[in-house]
Design a protein around this ligand. Structure first.
Ligand SMILES: Nc1ncnc2c1ncn2[C@@H]1O[C@H](COP(=O)(O)OP(=O)(O)OP(=O)(O)O)[C@@H](O)[C@H]1O
Ligand SMILES: [Mg+2]
Length: 464
């Protein structure tokens, strides 16, 4: 990576002379004639080193060091006029790395810059390494090095300690539940229950008893006492999943319990205090749900104390290879199988794809590919990936083998792929898969044996 050097120098001849010399050394040079405009630039951009003239119009070099330090961790080297060394010493006291007095020898300047940058680079690398080690030690199950994921992790670290209500937003499969669980596991409530409540899955009529529990005989069918989810979560955390899809009547009930921090079992007589931390998640845009009056505004404000946004996978592509490695390792461990690898071209396809189902879809694709990999190899190649990832229409099923293969081998490979596809389509139901291919169940069974297809694994995988 080209290192960036800022030159803040009002003498245009000097500015030009330094710029040209440093460009020749391979640096990227950004010139400024005064300190104020450099401050504005530093608000948004990063550089590695700053050559700062002491005598400047407006804010002078000495005064500029403080504001620069606030905006950047770049090395500062000051340039001062001959005979004004006392300024240079003051600059160093304020945080400059070194100084030069005019006139100076260009070679000396170049060597100093080179050494300073080297030192700076090592320091930054060490910092990054330490930071990564800290984070991955804290949250080893959350994979990713993208800026976005790092931001999420530091938010998780910040909210975990407290009891603050967190709202997790993100498309389907981005890891909302994983984050909720991680917050709980790093909070003082760890070891206490983490109770998940899927807000849509509960039929309206059963809702109240599901949330609050009921006493024996509270209604027909209440043959014994039931403890509700909120009571189960006492001392722990309740995870309200899919909160954006929750019926308005449920919203009212949840709001009440959040406000009063007490509940009453259906058919019960006394209200009970509960102490729960709430984490909610949704893939809906809650702001527009509130606008459309499908979500209560008061509940929204109660939940939305801290918002954690999980960006879609296509916006953090650099995490894809790390996630793929992680998934392969997890799968290999779980099945006691060999270590898998992935070819460069297959990884490229995975990185390019847009992943509407995000990490969950990636997991499914990688798991599926691992099942598809031939017995004698352990390398995932593009042929093991679903066609739509490769930009091919579903009808084209067969690719001519690249290496020369015998006709029998090619036909077998084709047959295996077709059988696997049919089994995936039917979620591993052999009779249906046989029907799809117009063969008998017996003949399907023979082929499953012949190709050593792991039918249980296919059944276990979710539909792509
Ligand atoms: N950063 C990550 N590192 C490792 N695994 C991840 C990461 N993000 C997601 N996963 C995995 O992806 C799968 C989907 O994650 P999760 O169930 O948390 O998503 P979700 O946002 O709750 O999805 P949905 O909206 O569909 O409920 C899980 O198996 C989870 O462990
Ligand atoms: Mg979820």
């Amino acid at each position: 990576m080209t290192e960036k050097i800022l030159i803040i120098e009002d003498d245009e001849a000097m500015q030009f002379f330094l710029s040209e010399a440093l460009k020749k050394q391979g640096y990227r040079v950004i010139p400024f004639l005064d300190a104020e405009s450099a401050f504005i630039w530093l608000e948004k951009e990063r550089c590695d080193l700053i050559l700062l003239d002491i005598k400047l119009p407006g804010i002078d070099g000495i005064e500029a060091i403080g504001p620069i330090r606030e905006r950047s961790d770049a090395i500062i080297i000051v340039i001062t006029a001959f005979g004004a060394e006392k300024h240079a010493l003051e600059a160093i006291r304020k945080g400059a790395y070194d100084y030069f007095t005019k006139p100076f020898k260009l070679e000396e300047m170049e060597i100093t810059i080179k050494r300073a940058l080297e030192k700076h680079r090592l320091r930054r690398e060490l910092e990054a390494l330490k930071q990564r080690a800290r984070e991955s030690m804290l949250f080893p199950n959350i994979i990713g090095q993208s800026r976005a994921i790092k931001e999420v992790l530091s938010q998780v670290a910040r909210v975990a300690d407290s009891d603050v209500t967190a709202l997790i937003l993100g498309e389907t499969g981005t890891g909302k539940e994983l984050i909720a669980q991680t917050i709980h596991d790093h909070s003082p409530r760890k070891g206490k229950p983490f109770i998940k409540l899927n807000c849509v899955a509960i039929p309206e009529g059963l809702l109240e008893s599901e949330l609050f529990g009921h006493e024996k005989g509270a209604f027909t069918g209440a043959v014994s006492r039931k403890i509700g989810k909120f009571e189960l979560a006492d001392q722990g955390t309740i995870f309200l999943d899919e909160i954006g899809d929750m019926a308005l009547s449920t919203q009212a009930k949840i709001l009440r319990i959040l406000q009063e921090k007490e509940l009453e079992r259906v058919g019960g007589t006394l209200p009970m205090k509960v102490d729960v931390r709430v984490i909610a998640a949704t893939n809906k845009n809650l702001v527009s749900e509130v606008r459309e009056k499908r979500f209560r505004e008061d509940l929204f404000y109660r939940l939305n104390v801290v918002t954690i946004f999980l960006p879609p996978l296509r916006e953090r592509k650099e995490d894809i290879p790390l996630l793929v490695d992680h998934i392969m390792e997890k799968m290999s461990k779980a099945s006691g199988k060999k270590i898998y690898q992935i070819s460069k071209s297959a990884m490229e396809i995975l990185t390019e794809y847009s992943w509407p189902g995000n990490v969950r879809e990636l997991e499914n694709v990688v798991e599926r590919a691992m099942v598809m990999v031939e017995e004698d190899t352990t390398v995932i190649t593009p042929s093991h990936l679903p066609l739509h990832l490769r930009g091919l229409p579903e009808e084209i099923i067969f690719e001519f083998p690249k290496e020369s293969a015998s006709l029998d081998d090619a036909v077998s490979a084709f047959e295996k792929e077709l059988i696997l596809k049919a089994l995936y389509k039917t979620k591993g139901v052999q009779s249906q898969a046989a029907q799809l291919l117009g063969i008998t169940e017996r003949s399907m069974w023979h082929r499953i044996k012949k190709y050593a297809i792991d039918i249980d694994r296919i059944k276990g995988l979710q539909d792509l």
